[in-house]
Design a protein around this ligand. Structure first.
Ligand code: STR
Length: 443
């Protein structure tokens, strides 16, 4: 790919940093020889370049390819066109009991990724008419129009966090500050907790629990304890809100009477868990990756600050280029499905590799690896998915990013990275593009 014998990781390090030239972040494909590509966030240094290498290997291996998910084999979809087709194919379902590896007992609770699939009954794990019943109330609450009522909440939380950052900068003007805990992490968590009626006092505990949940370094018995703690916590919230409903989406779900059939306590809990998990984890990444991209592409930041390009273009390009969900687990084939020259067998698992899909050259052009806010048709990415399960929170995350990003750059016009971009690490997480930290200087 690079033609100069550079290793993929070092090519990506120099490549993504010096994005003006934007070389392809090439890597030798390892998955084309019939053996599955191992997605193992622990096997290599989880740097930016590691993701580049993984994405390149997946892209080279074809639209549907075998992967090894920490010991469990599955198919993954790596192209935009195939993803669009398969995401509306009703032969693929979320129900884990259709998985051959689950039925045979080869995969059980000891598998580190089990919590991504066996996540309780909710709109995330159910299909068809039942799925519509579980999802409708949430989707209605999260339309752009309904969300205008939430905008003041987003603005207030953003302002409070920026004030706290400014106070720290006044005390220690030269000290680097980690934008993740100071800004990008608390904003989406506070917004989704406010929306769902979760007590703000719980937020630090939720951050700790989800960090352990997503990290592949967490021992599995600990992760199972974390999942149990979260389940109990949310079950208690649903009990409390059933006794005394509030003005929040959880209470609305409890009171909802879809088609004469109210959601069960378990279904409300599942939806609440899905909303809090999805509502914070992904938007943290969107905000951090947008800031990193702009700070490493100053020419593009200028275009945005001068008003020549809108913040919406920054948000959509970041979603495409740095999909917060790198691999979405999982769907299962209810019958054999022919895709090109491969057959996904009944009972086999299918992952959507959204990072590779966002970097698909057939869809986005030869420069798919370049961050470019001037792309002609920016909203052609699939990072929110497609079909019946398309992200119901898409408008909420866009709202949060469209408030947070301009406010941040307006308050701190001299914002810069406090470390070389090559030193910014990802956390050891397989399914999410989660940064460890984003050290910046405010002045
Ligand atoms: C985490 C664990 C849990 O309690 C509930 C869910 C359901 C929603 C999932 C979430 C999970 C993990 C992150 C997901 C989210 C939906 C969207 C989000 C997959 C399994 C993304 O990362 C796109």
């Amino acid at each position: 790919m690079n033609g100069d014998g550079q290793s993929a990781v070092s090519a990506a390090r120099t490549g993504e940093a010096a994005a003006a030239s934007c070389p392809a972040d090439g890597a030798a494909a390892s998955g084309s020889g019939g053996c599955p590509i191992a997605l193992d966030p622990l096997s290599l240094d989880p740097l930016v370049g590691r993701l580049a290498e993984e994405t390149e290997a997946l892209r080279t291996a074809g639209p549907l390819t075998r992967i090894d998910l920490m010991g469990a084999e599955a198919w993954t979809v790596t192209t935009h066109a195939e993803a669009r087709k398969l995401l509306t194919d009703t032969r693929l379902v979320k129900d884990i009991t259709r998985w051959n590896l689950w039925r045979s007992g080869e995969v059980d609770e000891s598998w580190p990724l089990i919590g991504m699939i066996d996540a309780g009954r909710s709109m995330f794990t159910v299909d068809g008419a039942e799925h519509r019943r579980l999802r409708v109330k949430t989707a209605q609450a999260l339309t752009p129009r309904r969300l205008e009522a939430i905008r003041p909440v987003v603005e207030r939380i953003t302002g409070r966090l920026l004030d706290a950052m400014a106070a720290r900068a006044a005390e220690a003007p030269d000290a680097p500050l980690d934008l993740k805990p100071a800004f990008a992490q608390p904003l989406p968590m506070s917004v989704v907790c406010s929306l769902m009626g979760v007590e703000p006092e719980l937020e630090p505990r939720l951050h700790r629990l989800y960090e352990a949940f997503f990290s592949m370094l967490t021992p599995q018995d600990e992760r199972l304890a974390v999942i149990k703690e979260l389940d109990d916590l949310y079950a208690e919230m649903v009990r409390d809100k059933t006794a005394s409903p509030g003005d929040d989406l959880t209470s609305a779900l409890i009171l909802a009477d879809e088609g004469g059939e109210p959601l069960t306590a378990e279904e409300v809990r599942g939806n609440l868990e899905a909303m809090v998990a999805a509502g914070h984890e992904t938007t943290v990444t969107l905000i951090l990756c947008a800031v990193r991209a702009l700070l490493t592409h100053p020419d593009q930041l200028r275009l945005v600050l001068d008003g020549q390009v809108g913040w919406d273009a920054v948000i959509e390009e970041t979603l495409r280029w740095e999909s917060p969900s790198t691999h979405l687990l999982m769907r299962f084939a209810t019958s054999d499905i022919e895709v090109g020259d491969v057959v996904v067998g009944e009972g086999e698992g299918v992952v959507m590799s959204y990072r590779a899909i966002g970097r698909d050259r057939a869809q986005h052009g030869a420069d798919a690896d370049c961050f470019d806010v001037r792309r002609a048709t920016p909203i052609r990415h699939l990072s929110f998915g497609h079909g019946p399960h398309i992200c119901p929170g898409a408008a909420l995350s866009r709202l949060e990013a469209s408030v947070a990003l301009p406010a941040l750059f307006e308050r701190f016009p001299a914002l810069s990275l406090a470390v070389p971009v090559t030193e910014i690490r990802n956390r050891p997480v397989l399914t999410q593009n989660e940064l460890e930290s984003l050290p910046v200087r405010l002045r």
